[in-house]
Design a protein around this ligand. Structure first.
Ligand code: URA
Length: 200
């Protein structure tokens, strides 16, 4: 079975998940979206109000910034990336998921990873960092440093919502994304170009 079919089957399963209380207050499950063949995956925290309403990841203000970040990398969401969240159901009132919720939902994330088999994973913010790499990690310290695990390259960086609150972090986040472009050129597509970070 190809990746698209496997993801469609998994989406149907995850849509029926009732494993934690988040499903009770959420309108719908937000599975994720992008290219099934993407070698680069972004992992956020969890759906917000707009995502809960539309069923799509990163479509609110933070999502618009994420699309700009992806564009600056010379990519588009649907052609070159896949966008996931640690939890698939909106935590009430936009609170962060508690570790238990993240842990319960991790089975879905792991199965998404198993199908997509990404080479590079960008961890957007502390929830993604703590769930996937280091339960006590701090994004301000971990960002900008590669973690190589399970044959994948993980780059923690600021969550776009944090960049909206603290625009002074944007320069650091762009530095992190340039490292991601370097790695992408090294491991995925040597000729990959970006207007804002041209190949030498
Ligand atoms: N923030 C996230 O972490 N994920 C989304 O899908 C939207 C906002």
């Amino acid at each position: 079975m190809n990746r698209e079919t496997l993801l469609a089957k998994l989406r149907a399963e995850v849509t029926g998940c009732q494993a934690c209380n988040l499903r009770k207050s959420a309108t719908q499950v937000v599975f994720g979206e992008g290219s099934p063949e993407a070698r680069l995956v972004f992992v956020g925290e969890g759906p917000g109000a707009e995502e809960d309403r539309t069923g799509r990841p990163f479509v609110g203000a933070a999502g618009q910034l994420l699309d700009k970040m992806i564009g600056a990398m010379g990519m588009t969401r649907f052609a070159d990336t896949y966008i996931l969240n640690v939890v698939k159901c909106r935590p009430p009132g936009n609170r962060a998921p508690v570790p238990e919720e993240a842990q319960i939902c991790q089975q879905h994330l792991e199965r998404q990873f198993a199908i997509l088999d990404p080479v590079i994973v960008v961890l957007l913010g502390a929830t993604a960092l703590r769930t996937l790499i280091d339960p006590t990690g701090r994004i301000t310290q971990a960002r900008g440093h590669w973690v190589h695990r399970d044959d994948r390259w993980f780059m923690p960086t600021f969550h776009p919502a944090a960049l909206l609150r603290n625009p002074q972090y944007k320069i650091k986040a762009w530095g992190d994304l340039k490292l991601v472009i370097d790695k992408y050129r090294e491991l995925v597509e040597p000729d990959h170009d970006s207007l804002y970070y041209p190949r030498l």
